[in-house]
Write a protein that binds this ligand. Structure first.
Ligand code: F6R
Length: 240
């Protein structure tokens, strides 16, 4: 793993956007693996700016998202499809038909997961997969467990994740307790992985990432086995 430290969230976000922009400029039909949550918001903002000023072209880009709550309608403002449209897709020249997020209102979630895994494979290799990290070490929604899943699957969210995500919900909104997520194998099949970590709340999990241990109790530690991972962190997450 290569670790790059930045003094602020803004600098970290700008550096992440630069890496994505280079990828787009080298290969105009790249496949990007994308994440939601608070972490990549700054990076998406930069990418929108770059697209508006003509520095990057999304017209032939394809995207696959890591996960989606289940059950949830794509029109629900809490859904990850809504998040992606709102933070990126609605503001750049991407063809939305080339953007994939698991269907949170599929009648048969297992069939949807199988289908999503096929979609990811059909696009060819993901060129860069962007990841955030849960305070409990989850990536995508691969939560700490004795056994992790290889492929896209339906999962129950842990208490820790539900509590962490509750900050995005108003009192009258129901917080989902399940999700459809890429598996560890789906994530690991990407050529390059960009892991973004910011904020004090991630300091403990960042330490686990630096240790010489790998454990399914902290799924992100398995990233040490991937040959091409860049970790971008701000000083609040990585300390001195
Ligand atoms: C989101 C995702 C999650 C988040 C993680 C961190 O698509 O897969 O793993 O990256 O929960 O969330 P934030 O960035 O809100 O701290």
């Amino acid at each position: 793993m290569k670790i790059l430290k930045f003094s602020s969230y803004e600098e970290m976000s700008a550096a992440a956007a630069d890496i994505i922009a280079k990828q787009i400029n080298v290969k105009g039909d790249s496949v990007l693996g994308l994440a939601t949550g608070s972490t990549p918001v700054g990076m998406y903002k930069k990418l929108v700016e770059m697209n508006k000023s003509g520095l990057i072209d999304f017209s032939n880009i394809k995207t696959v998202n890591l996960d989606e709550y289940y059950p949830i309608s794509p029109s629900n403002r809490q859904s990850y499809r809504y998040f992606m449209n709102d933070n990126l897709f609605d503001h750049v020249n991407i063809d939305k038909a080339n953007t994939y997020v698991p269907n949170g209102e599929a009648e048969d979630p297992d069939a949807e997961c199988e289908n999503y895994e096929k979609i990811v494979k059909s696009l060819g290799t993901v060129d860069i997969q962007v990841l955030g990290i849960g305070q409990n070490g989850h990536i995508g929604f691969n939560e700490p467990e004795e056994n992790l899943y290889l492929y896209t699957h339906k999962t129950a969210l842990t208490e820790n994740t539900i509590a962490a995500n509750s900050r995005f919900f108003t009192e009258d909104e129901v917080i989902p307790t399940s999700a459809l997520t890429m598996g560890m194998g789906t994530i690991f099949s990407a050529k390059k992985i960009l892991l973004l970590i910011n904020g004090k709340a991630k300091r403990e999990v960042f330490k686990q990432l630096l240790s010489d241990r790998i454990t399914t109790a902290c799924p992100a530690t398995l990233l040490k086995l991937h040959p091409n991972v860049i970790v971008l962190c701000d000083s609040e997450a990585c300390g001195e």
